[in-house]
Each structure stands twice: as C-alpha cells, then as structure tokens.
Design a protein around this ligand. Structure first.
Ligand SMILES: [Zn+2]
Length: 404
C-alpha cells in the first residue's frame, strides 16, 4: 500500500480489511529519530501488518506523542541519569535493577516538565502496585527521598537475578577460550576474582565475580547468580541485555552483556586490582603489573584454547615471581617446554604461559593449551587502553613494539 502524497492511505487500507505494512505507516508518521523532536521516536521494530484501526490506536502509544502540555514522552538522557543517580540505580521501593522512569506526581499525562524531583525509578511490579492503588504516591515519594538521602549502609544495592537454569556457566573475557573446567577465570594471589562453576550434583551453576574500576573501586559484583550494583558508582545503566557502569561522563569502567542461559560476556573491563591491571574487550586483553602509577609492564598471550584443566586451573593468574619460578620448576621435565633464553618467560604443559618477573601466568594448571603468540612490554596505561579498546587485533603487536 503505497503512501499518497507523503501520507499513508488509511481509507484504502480499511476497504480491504488490511492496513499497509506497519513499517510504512511508521515511516510516514514521524516515528523516527529524524522526525519532529516533539514527536519523539520509537525504538521498537515494526514487523508484520496491522489489521484494524483499533490496532493502530493501540500501537500508536509507541509514537511518543506529546501530552496535553506538549511534553514528549521521552525523558532526555541527562535527566534520566539524574533520576538514576538519585534513585541509586534501582527501584526506590524494592531495589530491583530493572526499572522504568515513572512520573510520580503528577503522572506523565498531567506533567508540564520532566522534573527529576517528581520522577523516580520504579520496577514494573512496584509501578503496578501504585497504579492499582496498593501503594500510595506518598509512599513512593517517601521511599525516593529515603533512597536519595541515605548513605550506603542504609540502602541495599540495586540487584537482579541472572539465568543459569540449564547447568552451564561461562564468562567470556578478552577473547580467551577455555574449558568449562577452568573454574578460576582471574585469580590474584590465590583469591578468585572471577570464578565460574558449572552445576555439579545439587549445586547449581553460576558465576561469582567482583568488578573494580581503574582505581580499584567496586563497580558491580555477581554472587550466587544475582548481580549487585555499587551504590557509589557514578552511573549504572541497564540497556537491553547490557549492564554499563560509568566512572564519569564518557568513561565506561565495565560493560557486561548477558547471554542467558549461563553466559556473560565482558565487553569492556578497565580494572585495577592493587598492583595489577586488567584491560579486556570482547576480543582481546592485556594484563599489567604497575612499575609506578602511570608506567605498567604489560603481558598478552594469544591463547587459542586452554583445556584439560587440573584443579586450581586459572585463565589469568597474578602471583609472585617466586611462585611462578616454583611452578616452572615443579613442571619442568614433565611435558613439552619452551622458554626464552633467560628463562624468564616459559611455556610448559601444566605451567601455562608464565612471565615470571611480572608474576603473571595465563592458562595455569592446564595440561593442554594452544598459543598463537605472546608479547610483553612497558607502556603507559593510557596508550594500552587505547589499543585494547580500539584496535583489539593489534594488542600483541603494540605491546611488542613498546618492549624495551
Ligand atoms: Zn520495585
């Protein structure tokens, strides 16, 4: 059904009982980011056809028509951020991490502005209780004030469930591929920072992790298959299946993508753990040990796959020079071994790939691993960050050039 003079021919559509393809209707109705700003836009995909005028009316809610005061439905991003910050990144009543921005009083239909004093984060369940009259607006206002003015000890962090129902668990980091038996993804001096456990017996599968930012402050944690945001984060935002934590405007400290059931992909990680640093994008990574606050020794081993894990196997392990040396001696002679002339970097069945002076082992306690390349070098954090996040395929090459 072709639009006539730039408009959809609704009457023609009615006559044969079929309206035009809804996408055509959308394209001619200002339902676009490029349309009149007062019309707002719709991010829903428009599929199929609409078969009655009633359906058009029902669906027209997604065209973000302004209310009677001309106020568009969409709240500007900076105002949304203020509301998130003031609601401490969760439903102000039950603290659920998945929520909507709700005009409390007046409701959107009667609102003349998107005033952050009068809009808070509410989950759909709590919102339904308000609209059905089970919760009063006074109660919501009181909870909003309480959450906003409370310190971290008085208000629970935002949280939500993760789906590990089918017994599998996988945490994808830096393009590293490993067997499900590699239970420790990142270990720092014996403490598992990220760990995964597929189900065994009556234990359910899951991931435990503590994510930090580039100054070592917590951004998010996962514990017993529930994620918890950090109350003092600058911003935590859930968009679709992604959870994004920002340290400040434009500075993402963490981006997780949920791929249920059982899989979480780290799309961006910029994390300092004491004297160690991990930069990881979905496709690559670099691990570092600090020389001083700006110079860092970096290491990257392009591990194709690590398998046949022994108990205590780790994808990335930070330890001391002496521990790495001890491990090398323990495994030496028990399988294939390759090492640099000075013996400081060694690859060995069971050992993994060890950079002994840096106290880093990749693929520790795995009897099998395939490695394409490795590189190490002294570089500034800022420069390394640029490569890992913008040119993930050139991490090894870049670290190699910086080596001296
Ligand atoms: Zn709620």
């Amino acid at each position: 059904m072709a639009p006539m003079d730039g408009r959809t021919d609704l009457s023609a559509g009615q006559s044969d009982g079929h309206f035009p393809d809804f996408s055509t209707f959308a394209a001619t109705s200002g339902c676009t980011r490029d349309g009149n700003a007062r019309e707002g836009y719709c991010e829903n995909s428009h599929i199929g056809t609409v078969s009655s005028l009633e359906s058009i009316k029902r669906l027209s809610g997604c065209f973000s028509m302004p209310n009677k005061y001309g106020l568009p439905r969409d709240i500007p991003d900076p105002v949304k951020r203020q509301i998130r910050q003031r609601s401490k990144f969760g439903c102000v009543i039950c603290r659920a991490g998945i929520y909507e921005y709700e005009h409390i009083d007046p409701e959107y239909g009667d609102a003349e502005s998107h005033d952050p004093d009068r809009i808070c984060c509410l989950c759909t369940a709590c919102h339904a209780k308000v609209t059905r009259g089970h919760f009063s607006k006074d109660y919501v206002r009181k909870k909003y004030k309480e959450v906003e003015s409370s310190n971290k000890l008085d208000v629970p962090p935002p949280f939500d469930d993760l789906d590990f129902h089918d017994g599998k668990a996988e945490l994808k980091i830096g393009g590293i591929s490993y067997d499900p038996g590699v239970a420790n993804v990142v270990t720092y001096h014996g403490n598992a920072i990220f760990s995964i456990c597929p189900s065994s017996g009556s234990d359910t599968a899951g991931i435990n992790a503590v994510f930090l930012d580039d100054e070592g402050d917590q951004t998010l944690r996962i514990s017993d298959n529930i994620w918890y945001g950090a109350l003092d984060a600058w911003d935590t935002e859930v968009i679709g299946r992604r959870i994004k934590v920002r340290k400040k405007k434009g500075a993402l400290a963490l981006v997780l993508r949920l791929e249920p059931p059982g899989k979480i992909v780290i799309e961006k990680l910029d994390m300092r753990v004491s004297d160690a640093h991990i930069l990881a994008s979905e496709r690559s990574y670099a691990v570092g040990r600090y020389i001083n606050n700006s110079k860092v020794n970096w290491f990257h081993a392009n591990i194709v796959h690590m398998g046949a894990p022994l108990p205590g196997a780790s994808a990335i392990e930070f330890l001391t020079y002496f521990e790495a040396e001890w491990r090398d001696q323990k495994w030496n002679g028990r399988g294939k071994r390759l090492a640099t002339a000075d013996g400081m970097i060694a690859m060995q069945t069971g050992l993994g790939v060890a950079h002994k002076p840096m106290g880093v082992v990749v693929g520790a306690n795995c009897l099998k691993f395939g490695m394409a390349s490795f590189a190490c070098g002294l570089l500034e954090l800022k420069a390394m960050r640029r490569v890992v996040f913008r040119q993930p395929d050139r991490v090894a090459e870049f670290i190699g050039k910086g080596a001296r």
